[in-house]
Ligand binder design. Structure first.
Ligand SMILES: Nc1ncnc2c1ncn2[C@@H]1O[C@H](COP(=O)(O)OP(=O)(O)O)[C@@H](O)[C@H]1O
Ligand SMILES: [Mg+2]
Length: 338
């Protein structure tokens, strides 16, 4: 299965009164990579959060309230699911809106009530509900990028990277934990402070239980070429070590914040993407030197091609702009438009 976002409309949410953003190229096809830019406070993060929240509505049971924490007057996400137009909407639907797609999921807010009325059209909503409720427990097998087969039956993954991404100093390194990666339709990256459930614990578990996948991931990490640094497991101390070219070693959380950003994004993509998906990255360039921004963008292109992924990213960086075609950049503050 395949998801592509085509546009979003956001009303009365964060800094937005009523804003429409499309994610289409000049031929009207969904972009595989789109960059949202603009000054601080213009709503870049809000766009990514709204998209994530709306897609997560697809996994709600029909008799449950939507449970979205963000204050949203009205938001509408237009997308393609398996090339069929699909709409997700939420909130107080303005009078000028009519849902024109046959396939849709809506949570409509009624006047002066805190409750939302769920409305659906077509067959996709119940199919997606059934699939997400059987697949949530399935484990994602780290894909072999050289041999990814896009399978129409697999659900896409929606991965959201909030701007604060770092490898924490971990507590509780006492034993190896079983770190499986279960499928979930929407996954938000979290910084974890406990050893259990952490990125480091995952690598140590793989080294212990699944050497084939471990070798794939370590090979991939070593190929990122962060100034020749390599990654090694210290089983005795339950620690992932970084070895620098001069032979000294240090723990993972002593990498620079830019290196951590690179490592987190690329490893999480490898771990959580299951053949196709939508990846939302807030502040892509977080502490990244231009050379590393370039490396990251080049690696994202590999995922985009091999795994059928749509990237929607935010950034202030000129280097990031220069690597994307101008029709793939959306400036949220009209004063900045050229
Ligand atoms: N209810 C609101 N009305 C108007 N502005 C708001 C409201 N809630 C948040 N904001 C503004 O939204 C901005 C934050 O939006 P955000 O999406 O995080 O911006 P960005 O990521 O582009 O820096 C802040 O400047 C904040 O003042
Ligand atoms: Mg932001």
């Amino acid at each position: 299965m395949n998801f592509k976002i085509t546009s979003v409309r956001i009303i009365d949410c964060g800094p937005f009164e009523d804003t429409f953003i499309d994610f289409l190229d000049s031929n009207g096809e969904p972009l595989n990579g789109c960059l949202i830019s603009g000054p601080n406070g213009c709503g870049k993060t809000t766009v990514l959060v709204v998209i994530t929240e709306l897609i997560s509505l697809l996994t709600k049971c029909p008799n449950h309230q939507p449970g979205i924490k963000k204050e949203i007057g009205y938001a509408q996400l237009n997308m393609f699911i398996n090339n069929q137009p699909f709409t997700i909407y939420y909130g107080a639907k303005p009078k000028d809106v009519t849902i024109t797609t046959n396939e849709y999921l809506g949570y409509e807010k009624r006047d002066r009530s805190d409750r939302y009325k769920r409305k659906t059209g077509g067959k996709l909503v119940s199919l997606l509900h059934a699939l997400t409720h059987t697949e949530e427990g399935n484990e994602i097998i780290c894909p072999d990028l050289d041999d990814v087969k896009i399978d129409g039956k697999h659900l896409p993954t929606v991965l959201f990277f909030p701007h604060n991404r770092e490898i924490e100093t971990l507590k509780g390194r006492t034993q190896i934990f079983k770190e499986e990666t279960h499928f979930s339709l929407v996954h938000r990256y979290n910084n974890i402070r406990q050893f259990e459930g952490s990125f480091e614990s995952y690598l140590i578990w793989l080294d212990y239980s699944d050497p084939k996948t471990f070798n794939k991931i370590i090979k991939f990490l070593n190929e990122i070429d962060m100034d020749g640094k390599t990654f090694h497991i210290d089983r005795k101390n339950l620690q992932v070590n970084v070895r620098t070219t001069n032979g000294s070693t240090h723990p993972l959380n002593e990498l620079s914040s830019g290196e951590q950003n690179l490592l987190i994004i690329l490893t999480e993509l490898r771990r959580r993407l299951d053949r196709s998906g939508i990846v939302l990255i807030d502040e892509l360039e977080n502490s990244l030197h231009p050379e590393y921004q370039y490396k990251l963008l080049e690696r994202l292109k590999v995922f985009e091609h091999k795994m059928d992924v749509q990237f929607i990213m935010t950034s202030h960086s000129l280097e990031v702009f220069e690597h994307l075609p101008t029709n793939a950049v959306r400036l949220l503050n009209p004063l900045l438009a050229v």
